[in-house]
Design a protein around this ligand. Structure first.
Ligand code: FES
Length: 332
């Protein structure tokens, strides 16, 4: 365990059998406490050549409860965690040399650390332009790791955008500004064909995504993943009880709903991977076909206009339901 900042802690995880599962930089895993029960999704922040997997989690200082608080406060070196995955389409191929423009805020930098560490190991000449937003420019989390990446990746440029001033240092540029789409598309790498990847809070990703669309940037040129603060992506207690509804996915998976956060997590908790990207209403990658029954959406989430389509990441059953989508067993 490594304390990266006042709020972010990294955990290095080694499989009990010693066999690390292959993954793509940017992918995530599902972490469960010993004995099962509650789970949470975390991006891997380690590189493909590291000898252990790393997750880096933000503990919200205003919350004493919740999965991440339990992880940070109770898990000790040597304890066992149950890991499913890796999975997710918010990822790059580590041996690819195509340019990338990355934009993150806070702990949203974690999948990009995986991309940088993997580039150091496999493709050190890959052109990468990282824009990272932080509230605390003095000694922000992973600063040492980014400095080291700058030394090892000759075509890496990092712009840190902060609320407070700090002097720039060689290729680590600081500015007291708010990141917007103009900066992203003004990167020389975007002009050279780079794909833009956004990662962070819903407000950050949705604001920049909206600006990219307004600038006419084609959907194929950018992708995103949202980090949902603990407790925000859940149905309100007291809304219609879904516990006893039955869920069927293809001819493969069938069971009672229970108390999962959403259909995507229900499928994953059953040991299957389903297509997904942002994991919170933005990308449409988790769209499944509703063959029978009704679903309801998280407060504030608009249902797709096609009533036969379900966004798994933000919906749960409102009756017995039957779905069709592409699922396969998760390794781990
Ligand atoms: S995973 Fe992006 S909308 Fe569901």
């Amino acid at each position: 365990m490594i304390r990266e900042s006042a709020e972010i802690t990294s955990f290095w995880l080694k499989p009990e059998d010693g066999a690390l599962l292959p993954f793509l930089p940017g992918q995530h895993v599902i972490v469960r406490m010993p004995g099962g029960g509650d789970s949470r999704v975390y991006s891997l922040s380690s590189g493909v050549a590291d000898t252990a997997c790393r997750i880096s989690v933000r503990r919200d200082p205003s919350r004493d409860a919740g999965f991440t608080a339990m992880l940070v406060d109770r898990i000790k070196v040597g304890d066992a965690l149950r890991i499913n995955g890796p999975m997710g389409s918010f990822a790059v191929h580590p041996a690819d040399s195509s340019p990338l423009v990355l934009a993150s805020v806070g702990v949203g930098i974690t999948p990009f650390l995986s991309i940088l560490r993997s580039a150091i190991a496999l493709r050190p000449t890959r052109p990468i332009h990282l824009f990272h937003c932080t509230d605390t420019p003095a000694g922000f989390a992973f600063e040492g790791e980014l400095q080291s990446a700058l030394r090892l990746l000759p075509n890496l440029q990092i712009d840190v955008l902060a609320k407070a001033p700090r002097c720039s240092e060689e290729r680590l540029a600081f500015s007291q500004a708010r990141l917007d789409a103009v900066r992203l598309v003004s990167s020389p790498l975007f002009g050279a064909g780079a794909r833009i990847m956004l990662c962070g809070s819903p407000g950050f990703v949705e604001r920049l995504g909206g600006q990219l669309r307004a600038h006419g940037v084609a959907d194929a040129r950018w992708t995103s993943e949202l980090f949902i603060p603990a407790g925000k992506a859940h149905f309100q207690a007291g809304s219609a009880s879904a516990g006893s509804f039955g869920v069927k996915v293809n001819a493969t998976l069938e069971g009672a709903w229970g108390d999962a956060s959403n259909l995507l997590e229900w499928i994953e908790a059953a040991g299957y991977a389903a297509p997904n990207g942002c994991r919170y209403r933005a990308c449409g990658a988790c769209a499944a076909r509703l063959v029978a029954g009704k679903v309801e959406y998280l407060p504030g989430v608009t249902a797709p206009t096609d009533p036969g389509t379900v966004l798994l990441c933000t919906a749960r059953p409102a009756s017995d339901i039957e779905l069709e989508t592409d699922i396969h067993p998760i390794a781990g």
